[in-house]
Write a protein that binds this ligand. Structure first.
Ligand code: NDP
Length: 291
């Protein structure tokens, strides 16, 4: 007799939620879905998902309820009117928000008799189900362990402890780097296009320099942990001159220069704080003091 797969509810059918529903369906899990814009479920229903008519029905359908929503405001907008249906459910919130909001959400869900896990998905929708993809999780260990196997249908798991804010924190640490990196990529492409170079011509060299980044990050991470920022490899004064050249390259190309100008401003703050002859990593101290 085939073992029946755990049934799950997914609330939120943006690109990520849809990828998750498709993956569970592909793996033979019964799936109930609910989305504010109901028509977004049409193709999933055609593939065998069950469309809940109400949020209460979606919650009642299954113990495991995965949320894939833009932010926590969306979660409260959907679940607060259905609070009485939360008891006995395990809410797995895979939407982005701050660690503090994740902690508040866990308290709120627990107060209504639900289990709660925070998740930070480290993959694009296309990576759902791919062996190399993973998601940070945190929250009560027993709840995580009890549902790990089902969650691993979506991605690998990296459990970061009982603090519900922890997975959200790890996620935001990555996403901070993600957005600044991809937006600088797009900015460089705008400068490239202004000079007759296509994105496809530049993507190879750009990817190579990203690959080289890991050794660079590891080298500086050790020094940062030791609060050492010697200017023996790079100096902030050099960075100022260098980033100023980027600003002017953008200007010459007739391209917006707000992004490198913001970096330049940070570097100048570091220099004003006395770090001109230190490494760019001395900005670590500037960031910490500003907080
Ligand atoms: P979207 O923002 O496209 O999806 C949003 C979902 O939230 C939709 O179902 C939308 O409903 C719902 N929603 C938003 N606001 C409200 C509201 N006020 N009330 C009710 N429903 C609301 O996000 P994605 O699908 O791309 O991603 C989902 C989560 O996963 C996000 O938190 C994102 O940061 C995270 N993530 C996304 C990745 C990606 O590459 N897409 C990668 C890693 C993480 P409706 O359809 O009615 O608008």
């Amino acid at each position: 007799m085939p073992v029946s797969k755990q049934a799950v509810t997914i609330i939120g059918l943006g690109p990520m939620g849809k990828a998750m529903v498709n993956r569970f369906l592909d793996e033979g899990h019964p799936v109930t879905v609910w989305n504010r814009t109901a028509r977004k479920a049409d193709d999933l229903v055609a593939r065998g998902a069950h469309r809940a008519a109400t949020v209460e029905e979606a919650l009642a359908a299954n113990e495991v309820v995965v949320l894939s929503l833009t932010d926590f405001e969306a979660m409260y907008a959907i679940l607060k009117p259905a609070e009485t249906a939360l008891a006995g459910r395990v809410i797995v919130n895979l939407g982005s928000d701050t660690p503090g909001r994740a902690r508040e959400a866990a308290k709120w869900a627990t107060a209504h008799g639900a289990g709660y896990l925070t998740g930070g998905v480290m993959s694009a929708p296309s990576g759902i189900g791919a062996p190399e993809s993973f998601t940070y999780y945190s929250g009560q260990k027993e709840i995580f362990e009890a549902h790990k196997e089902t969650l691993e249908v979506l991605t690998g798991t990296d459990y970061r402890g009982s603090d519900p804010g922890s997975a959200a924190l790890y996620y935001q640490l990555h996403i901070n780097m993600f957005w600044t990196t991809v937006i600088s990529f797009v900015h460089s492409l705008a400068m490239a296009r202004a000079n007759g170079i296509s994105a496809q011509e530049f993507v190879g060299p750009a990817s190579n320099s990203m690959t080289d980044m890991s050794a660079f990050l590891e080298f500086y991470a050790k020094r940062i942990d030791n609060d050492e920022h010697p200017g023996d490899v790079d100096r902030l004064a050099m960075a100022e001159a260098s980033v100023d050249h980027v600003v002017h390259t953008a200007k010459e190309a007739g391209v917006d220069h707000a992004l490198p100008a913001a970096v330049l401003e940070l570097i100048r703050r570091g220099m004003a704080a006395g770090h001109a002859d230190d490494s760019f990593t001395s900005l670590f101290e500037v960031f910490r003091k500003a907080g």
